[in-house]
Design a protein around this ligand. Sequence first.
Ligand code: ADP
Ligand code: MG
Length: 586
Amino acid sequence: MQIATLDEATIGKISAGEVIERPASVVKELVENALDAHARAIVIDIVAGGKELIRVRDDGDGIPPGELLSAVERHTTSKLQSFEDLKQLTSFGFRGEALASVAAVSDLQILSRTAASRVGWQLRSEFGRRSRPAQTAAAQGTSIAARDLFANVPARRKFLRQDATEAGYIQRVIGAYALAFPAIRFELNIDGKTVLTTDGAGDLASAAVGVFGANVAAQMVPMTEVADDDEHGDAGVRVAGLIGLPTITRGNRQQLILLVNRRWIENRSLAFALEQSYHTLIMVGRYPVAVVNVTVPPDRVDVNVHPTKREVRFTDERLVFSTLQRAARGTLLQHTPAQAVPLMIDSPLSSDTVQRRMALANPERVRTAPALFAHSDRDGTTPIDDPVRTPATGEPDIPLLRVLGQVSGTYIIAEGPDGMYLVDQHAAHERILLEKVLKLFARGSAESQQLLEPLVIDLSPEQLATAESADEELRQLGFELQPFGQGSVALRSIPAIMARKDPTKTVSAILDEIGRGGRGTSRFEAVAMTTACHSAIRAGQTLSLSEMRELLTQLEGCTAPRACAHGRPTILHLSQDELERQFSRR
Ligand code: ADP
Ligand code: MG
């Protein structure tokens, strides 16, 4: 084939592909433009997942009539004069290609008026065919509507997902920017229904109510951390945001929102830093809800890594990483409260809820109570009867508890300064042992116990392979295993924490579990967790009063006493207040 210069329309379609992948990309670009134009309120209307209509209206600076045409041309921007400016960038846009890209693949209509002008101007560009700007009445600001996205690029259009899925992506974009800019009012309407609004009052917590809902927002706590950069003598990194308590988690990372200088970004290593902070506080495979803004001087971060600007590169990624982790971990340890039991709790109730509750006869209440106890509501997404959790107390430790007895040979029932506590004996002991082992290991002195006589254990081929590959970690923990003829090992010593167990069965169970993958951030941790789990007292084991007291005393000494090694809660709390309410004393 001959080499030929592509025509304008083809060039436009090709480069549009880089910036505009789907309706949500159009929404992101239009919203960023509105933010760059100093909007105070932004309203977004979506029809059919954005395939029929995407409209973003703002009350910002507006586009001067003389610039309307150039706004939709490629590489035209009002935000950047030279390459040098890129280093001190404070606007979202700078590449000058978003509007041109949207214009190339949609039926675009721009309506805009600046403060200086008494009339507005309108421009239409149908898949690249531009009309002349025409005068029209308009409010100050800009309204940009893109219709029939990708109608001229069938391959792209076909690749779009169902309307609801595309609408979901759009909602994420708006949620992220609404959280990045709490002082700006956002409204998102999908097929005529308002699905997200924020009040623009300027406060992150109230923006979070708009984006995550009141129930989730009530379980998020603020964090901030500043790391001064000695080398440069300026504030190197500032991390601020709201992070979800371990009581609310999700099955994916969709509600983990990362912003850098208020730009919504994707960054695996920052997400990982945050997730690490929840380590052992939430279950493996669950993800936190959070919104975190990292502020760094603009010349210390490169946002021009990718056309969509969602990837960034930091000059000092390690400093950002560690600052975020310190902020999050510290905040979590301070706030992790006893799992409050979601009984029927008090909150500004609607009158019909109050009536429903009053109608509840007492026997029924008694029946509901155990059912609610059974419901641990681990991810907080299915609250019963509008529960509002006891707000985080800021109390890092568990209070001093007085043991009353044992329920089902599994739960220790205790009284504390504020009501009643139920402790899962296995989960609690597992937490105690894990911390003990990790602490000793950090000091370089795993405690092991020599067996009087070596024990010969028969292992399956899988178990043998695991014993071999995890040999080093097992040794570090205090296991001493030696090959002993075919398919067997001789066990000479065990970790001291395992002392009360039958070593044969426990070692075999531990090898099975590590072989299945185990948990933890390192293999050592996986082995430590598994060992702690298998060394801990079991559910169903009767304990004496003094054993229970000892267990609680040790739990009080833990750094993160409220969750077991797997992130399950160790304690449920029924406050004095709740007790009185349940028995209608108030
Ligand atoms: P960039 O944002 O990179 O400058 P765009 O193609 O997104 O490029 O926009 C081109 C130009 O159009 C912007 O530089 C700005 O001057 C103008 N513009 C676009 N949207 C708006 C808006 N909502 N309000 C005011 N000006 C706008
Ligand atoms: Mg732009």
